[in-house]
Design a protein around this ligand. Structure first.
Ligand code: NAD
Length: 501
């Protein structure tokens, strides 16, 4: 089946008339659909539609915009299993996780819906008599939204829902590998707009342009009539986007890579720490920006914990994520699997790192139809090795030994990234020191590195981003401009700083 772009309220073919195949990474014989390979012409049309729509959309009262998001949340909820099933088919992670991905979209929709009745501003007293000072939020304008494939529902919703409720209009380019989930999301948003607004429906508030990053992504980033860019993806592409968008002084939010670590101290609950690292390192087949890719073990429990871990990892069941009893799905693509294997070879060749388990393609029986890779552990890893420094984005865990909390924190902090982090300890003083000293956007105490909640700030420090946060209340600052208003009812010209001092 052929899918199309949504531009100005119409589902339209790409101007190239070319399409990209979308296949199931667990079974490459399973063709999901054909999705547009769009061009900069399609981007121009979408931006034009979004610009026209903005002048009407910004005037729709925010609580009414919130009503649309409420309906979007209801529709996602009623279709949760079906959307999750198709998402697993499209990108591979297991059904329980894709359901979680949809749930994050639902939570974000309801949060955004209620924010339509808040969007609080501030007021402050004036320094002059008979004068009132107010400040309130206004939308920024037309936004360009570029997203990755690992959270095909949650990440677009983190961006589009707050942007929309604030009164911005959108041009959305999803990842080439997960166009189907994006199609479903945009279809639901458009349907909800039509249902809530009825005859007042505004075409062009949300536009979907499928295609390649190098073509559609570049066209969005460089477009002179786009006011803001919200991007989630790799640090390399994020840097490029910052450069291109910076030339026209666009507001840019970047959520980028990670090299997250879990520390396990000698006083920790080891069973709990074990469950967490299995979930953190091998959930989503390690393809999360918050995945645990380094495990820092206190020397006193190192051998015991590594044995427990290896035994559990070797029992993980690989397969199609929509089959019950499967723990770990495939990698998302052939390219991704080759990249993971490249790093495993680097790990093997690097001085002293020792492969404990995994390290090869999983190709038994039906697994040969997909991009499966055996969950992999390296031990004796030094913190400066490439497998301990670079984002691998796959089921590969580097185990590093430490002798103290201070050393563990310094190892944890010793990469160019700073997204998520975790410490397992039962010592309350150590826990608070870790919270204070870890350089990361997110720290879990006695929890895995993954598990962010939709109403909390999400993002990282250093090369994980450029200082913005998604989620919760913080993202609303990105999607609005502050306007300061002074109302003078004295009936005369009052000069601030001059007439009163
Ligand atoms: P990617 O950077 O390759 O692609 C992300 C998006 O950017 C895709 O839609 C792609 O088409 C587009 N793109 C590619 N080149 C572009 C260009 N030159 N201009 C504009 N757009 C372009 O990343 P990916 O492989 O899809 O996702 C994996 C990466 O995303 C990992 O590095 C991961 O850590 C990161 N990620 C970060 C977060 C976070 O919130 N920090 C969350 C999820 C994923």
């Amino acid at each position: 089946m052929k899918y199309n772009n949504l531009i100005n309220g119409q589902w339209v073919k790409p101007s190239s008339e070319l399409y990209i195949e979308n296949k199931n990474p667990a079974n490459r014989e399973d063709l999901i659909g054909l999705f547009p390979s769009s061009t900069s012409d399609d981007v121009d049309k979408a931006v034009n539609a979004a610009r026209q729509a903005f002048e009407k959309w910004r005037l729709v009262p925010a609580p009414r915009r919130g009503d649309i998001l409420k309906l979007v949340g209801d529709k996602l909820l009623s279709r949760k299993d079906e959307i999750a099933f198709e998402m697993t088919r499209e990108m591979g992670k297991v059904f329980a996780e894709t359901k979680g991905d949809v749930q994050e979209g639902i939570d974000t929709a309801y949060y955004a819906a209620s924010e339509g009745r808040r969007l609080f501003g501030h007021n402050a007293p004036s320094e002059l008599p008979n004068k009132m000072n107010l400040s309130f939020r206004v939308p920024v304008g037309v936004g360009g939204f570029i997203t990755p494939w690992n959270f095909p529902m949650a990440i677009p919703t983190w961006k589009l829902f707050p942007a929309l409720v604030c009164g911005n209009t959108c041009v959305f380019k999803p990842a080439e590998l997960t166009p189907k989930t994006a199609h479903t999301l945009v279809e639901i948003i458009d349907e909800s707009m039509r249902e809530v607004l009825g005859r007042d429906y505004i075409p062009g508030v949300i536009n979907l342009v499928h295609g390649k990053g190098s073509v559609v992504g570049e066209a969005i980033t460089g477009h002179s009539d786009i006011d803001l860019i919200s991007f989630t993806g790799s640090t390399a592409v994020g840097k490029r986007i910052n450069q291109v968008a910076g030339a026209s002084l666009k507001r840019v939010s970047l959520e980028l890579g990670g090299k997250n670590a879990q520390i396990v101290m000698d006083d920790a609950n080891l069973e709990l720490a074990l469950d967490a690292v299995i979930w953190g390192a091998f959930g989503t087949t390690g393809q999360r920006c918050t995945a645990t890719s380094r495990l820092i073990l206190h020397e006193k429990i190192h051998d015991e914990f590594l044995n427990m871990l290896t035994e559990r990892v070797q029992k993980l069941r690989l397969g199609y994520g929509n089959d019950k009893n499967v723990d770990v799905g495939p990698l998302v693509s052939e390219e991704q699997r080759n990249n993971v294997h490249k790093y495993v070879k680097i790990g093997i060749e690097e001085d002293r790192a020792e492969l404990v388990t995994g390290g090869e393609f999983a190709e038994d029986g039906d697994l040969s139809k997909g991009w499966f890779y055996k969950p992999t552990i390296f031990k004796n890893v030094r913190p400066d090795m490439r497998i301990a420094q670079e984002e691998i984005f796959g089921p590969v865990l580097a185990v590093i030994k430490t002798s103290s909390l201070d050393e563990a924190i310094s190892i944890l902090n010793g990469t160019r990234y700073g997204l998520s982090s975790s410490v397992f300890t039962n010592n309350v003083n150590d826990a608070f020191r870790a919270i204070r000293d870890i350089k990361a956007g997110i720290t879990y105490i006695n929890g895995a590195t993954i598990g962010a909640e939709a109403h909390m700030p999400f993002g990282g420090v250093k090369e994980t981003g450029n200082g913005h946060r998604e989620g919760g209340w913080t993202v609303y600052d990105f999607y609005t401009e502050w306007k300061a208003v002074y109302i003078d009812y004295s009936g005369k010209l009052q000069r601030a700083q001059i007439d009163n001092y």
